[in-house]
Design a protein around this ligand. Structure first.
Ligand code: 5U1
Length: 685
């Protein structure tokens, strides 16, 4: 036998070395990025990395997607694809006061019929919620939370985050594992990044959260790769083939064993006192923690108890975020201006001497309305305390009259603007039973028109991509758009004539307008911007009336037959459709080609699914939860989060939990995906 290896032997040797380099680099990444205790020197690590790169250059057929060399790179994307989450990504209700936490614990105890509850507790990271999907142990996809049902595919960017394993540490990885958590930037990394930005003369980031968000939403993964992002897991989404796990804390231990980063501050505590002790304890550590947190999260630890408690709307009944008090700072009110909203509401806004609070520089704060101004007695020139928490609009908490000049006088909104809308000059009226003053100009007022168009174009309404604030300002200011219907008359030539609008972008807008024309009745109703008609009411109306003419001609009494529509909402709808201008705009919109499926929105009293209530549980083989929900709703059904005696059907997929058990106990009809589709098909006949 000769001493020179044959080609297949060389490949096999390279494969073995590559595998052991993968393993070594993965282990060093884990020590460095997850455990925060480096296990080799930088130069040793670089040596291993370079050796791997060189082997992969010589044996490109041995490059695998989970290789540590494959984290960085790829070309810039044009946009992020949308991804339907297999399981909705929930949000958390907030508590600010101890009494709210006590009320939460009481609700939980009463809901479960027990005296004391064990909770899993952990810091609330101030980052960006994301979900990671692993199939057979390999990272395959990652997405932002989005609206909870659909997020953006940011897989390429997430691959660059070294704390996120590309391969789970397990001999028997599950067939499917969704990991929920938060992408963030450590405080020290944020400071270093800003020093580098400053040295290059680039814009500084206001806080670690914004830096993390901006970095994760880069279309070019090479930029994200240069940003020091990290990740902490805080929960599981859909899964297949995981071991039996009965508590949240065991789920976290399982994730930690797979080498996913989980908070080392996590704990389990007993009862309300345990929660409040933990809150105080973490509050004391807050400044010293390496990352920003804005509170702590409490979760009922037993998964069976979580399932029993279920959800309300998009938030679980079994968890709550206990937020730290918002930070406050003193500054001076330099002026009070007013803003005009979509419905003409005139909102006074304090223009402030810039002040750094809650991680950002604040220059404006809402004063809400005259009643609020009176209550706080905020005047121009006053020294005030301002507060900002998370992404909430900054607010003036109180005024400090002790610093006030003797000549100052109370601020009166209507007098300050001479009862006239500062944008269009129309009369401003304040109804007795309302706290806000409103411009009476309607869509004659450019400010209201701009807001109405932005609402119409927004994602949950007509979803017209690219029709944002700047463009709407230009279109209204240039008198190109007077009514909602005018936007569908825009063409490439007109749009290209606007400043900073290239022909390609103009074409994109025209295409987006075209795409938006195919919509649903519910979206269209919501897009019209009728006062007091939000997304849910719009869906209820679409379902109840089934077609637009029926809604347009309904009187107060008929309108109130819609579930959840009371006299106030009914009055708003009636007023809207009684306005000839609105009917004309609707006619023009339909003439411009806006249409929706005729089958949508059956009356709740007709159709096989009319008025029927469904609960979805587990993972369906083909349909995402959101798709199933949309189909049920389109056929007149309603989808609820928890099972009760009033539920008509429970649609159960793989790993359906306690909802399935409850349905069986209550004798509720069960459907699998196939049976659901059959029912939907029948209902369409
Ligand atoms: N630490 C932590 N943050 N956080 C955010 N846990 C946690 N859990 C969440 C969210 C939205 O949601 C689950 C309770 C569903």
């Amino acid at each position: 036998m000769s001493g020179i290896a044959t080609i297949p032997e060389q490949i096999e040797l390279a494969r073995q070395r590559i595998n052991s380099l993968h393993e070594a680099i993965r282990q060093h990444d884990y020590s460095y990025y997850v455990l925060d205790t480096p296990s080799v020197s930088d130069s040793e690590y670089d040596g291993l990395f370079r050796e791997l790169q060189s082997l992969e250059t010589n044996f490109p057929e041995l490059i695998s997607t989970d290789s540590p060399t494959q984290r960085v790179g790829g070309t810039a994307l044009k946009g992020f694809d949308s991804i339907s989450h297999r399981q909705a990504m929930l949000s958390l209700n907030n508590a600010f006061e101890e009494s709210e936490v006590a009320a939460f614990d009481k609700r939980v105890r009463e809901g479960l019929g027990v005296d004391s509850v064990e909770y899993g507790v952990e810091p609330k990271f101030d980052g960006l919620a994301i979900t990671l999907t692993y199939e057979h142990g390999l990272f395959v996809q990652g997405a932002t939370r989005g609206d909870g049902y659909t997020g953006e595919d940011v897989s390429l960017n997430l691959r660059t985050i070294r704390a996120i394993p590309m391969r789970l540490h397990s001999d028997k990885p599950p067939a499917l594992l969704e990991v929920r958590g938060e992408v963030l930037m450590l405080k020290r990394d944020f400071e270093r990044l800003n020093r580098e930005q400053e040295a290059r003369g680039d814009k500084l980031f206001v806080n670690p959260r914004n830096a993390a968000a901006g970095s994760l939403r880069q279309l070019d993964p090479n930029i994200t790769a240069k940003r020091p992002l990290t990740f902490f897991a805080y929960g599981l989404g859909a899964s297949e083939g995981i071991p039996v796990i009965t508590t949240h804390s065991a789920a976290m231990d399982y994730l930690a064993a797979l080498h996913l980063p989980v908070s080392s501050q996590r704990a389990t505590v007993q009862g309300l006192q345990g929660l409040l002790d933990y809150y105080r304890n973490i509050g004391q550590q807050r400044e010293k923690l390496p990352f920003d947190i804005d509170g702590v999260v409490y979760k009922v630890n037993a998964l069976s108890q979580q399932a029993e408690l279920g959800f309300v709307s998009r938030a679980p009944r079994w968890a709550i975020a206990h937020k730290f008090p918002a930070q406050e700072a003193l500054t001076v009110v330099e002026a009070i201006d007013v803003q005009v909203g979509r419905t003409g509401a005139i909102t006074p806004v304090a223009r402030l001497k810039p002040v750094f609070v809650g991680g950002v520089t604040v220059t404006n704060a809402t004063l809400h309305n005259q009643d609020e101004i009176d209550r706080k007695d905020v005047r121009v020139g006053d020294t005030v305390s301002v507060r900002r928490a998370g992404d909430v609009i900054p607010e003036v908490v109180r005024s400090l009259p002790e610093f006030r000049a003797a000549t100052s006088s109370p601020y009166k909104l209507l007098a300050a603007i001479g009862q006239q809308c500062p944008v269009c000059g129309s009369h401003v009226v304040k109804l007795e039973d309302e706290s806000v003053a409103r411009c009476s100009g309607g869509l004659f007022c450019p400010a209201q028109r701009k807001q109405a168009i932005l609402h119409f174009a927004s994602r949950r309404a007509m979803d017209i991509e690219g029709l944002g604030e700047k463009l709407v300002d230009q279109l209204v200011d240039a008198q190109l758009v007077h009514t909602l219907a005018d936007i569908y008359q825009l063409d490439v030539v007109t749009l290209s004539s606007l400043e900073r609008m290239a022909e390609k972008s103009a074409q994109n807008i025209v295409d987006a307008l075209q795409i938006s024309k195919k919509t649903t009745l519910a979206r269209f109703i919501y897009a019209l911007g009728i006062r007091n008609v939000g997304e849910t009411t719009a869906k209820d109306l679409a379902r109840h009336f089934g077609n637009l003419p029926a809604l347009q001609t309904a009187d107060l009494q008929i309108l109130q037959q819609t579930p959840d529509v009371g006299p106030v909402v009914a009055e708003s709808i009636l007023q809207f459709f009684n306005e000839p201008h609105n009917s004309e705009v609707i006619k023009q919109l339909i003439q411009a080609g806006i249409s929706w499926e005729e089958s949508e929105g059956k009356s709740t009293t007709s159709g096989a699914l009319g008025g029927k209530t469904f609960v979805l549980t587990g993972t369906l083989p083909n349909l995402s939860r959101e798709a199933a929900k949309e189909m049920i709703e389109a056929a007149g059904g309603k989808v609820n989060g928890s099972v009760s005696k009033k539920t008509d059907f429970v649609v159960a997929g793989a790993e359906a939990g306690s909802k399935l058990e409850k349905a069986q106990t209550l004798g509720i009809a069960l459907l699998d995906e196939q049976a659901l589709l059959a029912l939907l098909a029948d209902s369409a006949l």
